[in-house]
Design a protein around this ligand. Structure first.
Ligand code: HEM
Length: 148
């Protein structure tokens, strides 16, 4: 059905921008401020919990919409055909990697914040959010390639 496919593209793209944008801003601005002790535990906790929520809702959205798009547009054979099929499989793999990085970063922040240690939280989680931001950037590049 054309309407369902269009809706899948819209939600997929919407969440791609929302998720990568949220992770990049956290890695680029919020974590460095927290590392310098310029963020309260409440602020850091709230930002990290928001990013976790987008990541988890995004998991449902990406699997549902990406799965629908892959099944409709590519089919089983198309997914294993280079180059576009391989790009979609890479997208799926990088989504898993990025989700893992955000989840580990979030759990590091949460455990340090139990003792209200903002600087420790930022130090422990910084690398994970930075890596997640880089993976997110690559994902959007792949998305741009597929869109063209
Ligand atoms: C479960 C994980 C995912 C699967 C199975 C998946 C699958 C797909 C498929 C099948 C397409 C359509 C390709 C085409 O039209 O030829 C697509 C497009 C796209 N994907 Fe993903 N994807 C996933 C995760 C992600 C993530 C995490 C991002 C970015 C954060 C992302 C960003 C995009 C973008 C920007 C497009 C282009 C949309 C367009 O054509 O207008 N995807 N994806």
């Amino acid at each position: 059905m054309q309407a369902a496919l269009t809706a899948a593209y819209v939600f997929h793209t919407l969440f791609a921008g929302l998720w990568v944008g949220a992770v990049v801003l956290t890695a680029w601005k919020v974590i460095p401020l927290a590392r310098d002790g310029d963020a309260s535990p409440e602020l850091l906790g709230s930002v990290v919990s928001g990013v976790s929520t987008i990541t988890r809702v995004g998991a449902i959205v990406f699997v549902a919409t990406g799965g629908h798009m892959a099944a409709t547009v590519y089919g089983a054979e198309g997914l294993f055909a280079p180059p576009r099929g391989h790009v979609v499989l890479t997208m799926l793999t990088l989504w898993l990697v990025m989700t893992g990085l955000v989840e580990v970063g979030g759990s590091k922040v949460r455990s340090a914040l139990e003792q209200r240690k903002v600087r420790t939280a930022a130090r422990d989680a910084g690398t994970f959010y930075n890596a997640a931001a880089v993976v997110g950037f690559v994902l959007l590049v792949l998305g741009g390639y597929l869109a063209a």
